[in-house]
Design a protein. Structure first.
Length: 228
């Protein structure tokens, strides 16, 4: 079981607007790491766009950008975000130079299907960027930052064998995987190369964080860049 479209409502996003500055700073650092800061003459699609903060960031870098989100509530908050399903994208193939999917793929029931859709949407030599928690990061988030918030279910991913990894997936995050599992899934769809950064976020001040690279066994988050 996963959350339905209607459950991504005002309650789900209740603290999201307060985090805009930290989200912008963090996601800009990911775009810089991936080497995609020059968007002049290029198109971009942000999956799981929420209120459109990443779309605005991409537009500021010169991209013609659009966002997609399953939440009607989130889409109503941005002129540049349309409602749709990440596993059945309503766009023509080879339409985008860049597809970003930050803190979203873990929400999907069929992430392998979505990755194949992303590959189809990208032009030749296009780039996919994915950010998602590691199993360790998910366990720590549950234990210390959102106790009692999530509804717990047995850990699973519907596209592969059950993945326990010592964490419990829930309706919000049904697809939590190790880094190598994501890399294998991405390469299996036809991407030609993958680069990974595993990291932790260390607080600086006022909700801002520094991205610090970390060995895989200690990493709480991962960033993946894939080239078509």
């Amino acid at each position: 079981m996963i959350l339905t479209e209607s459950e991504y409502d005002a309650r789900y996003f209740q603290s999201y607007a307060k985090r805009k500055v930290s989200i912008d700073t963090l996601y800009f650092s990911f775009l810089k790491w991936a080497g995609v800061l020059d968007g002049r003459g290029k198109t971009a699609l942000d999956i799981g766009a929420a209120f459109g903060y990443t779309v605005e960031l991409l537009e500021g870098l010169g991209y013609r950008a659009l966002g997609l989100d399953v939440s009607q509530y989130a889409c109503s908050r941005s002129r540049a975000v349309i409602c749709g399903d990440a596993e059945a994208l309503p766009f023509t193939e080879e339409s985008f130079d860049l597809v970003t999917c930050f803190d979203t793929i873990e929400h999907l029931a069929h992430p392998d299907r979505a990755i194949a859709c992303f590959h189809g949407l990208l032009k030749d030599h296009g780039i996919l960027l994915v950010k998602t928690p590691t199993p360790l990061g998910e366990r720590i988030y549950r234990r210390f930052f959102s106790p009692g918030y999530h509804r717990h279910y047995p850990c699973y991913s519907t596209d592969s064998r059950p993945e326990t990894h010592g964490c419990s997936s829930d309706a919000h995050h049904p697809s939590i995987r190790e880094c190598q599992s994501w890399v294998s899934a991405i390469l299996a769809t036809g991407f030609t190369s993958v680069r990974v950064r595993q990291f932790v976020l260390t607080p600086i001040f006022l909700g801002k964080y520094r991205v610090v690279s970390s060995p895989g066994m200690l990493a709480l988050q991962m960033m993946i860049r894939a080239n078509k």
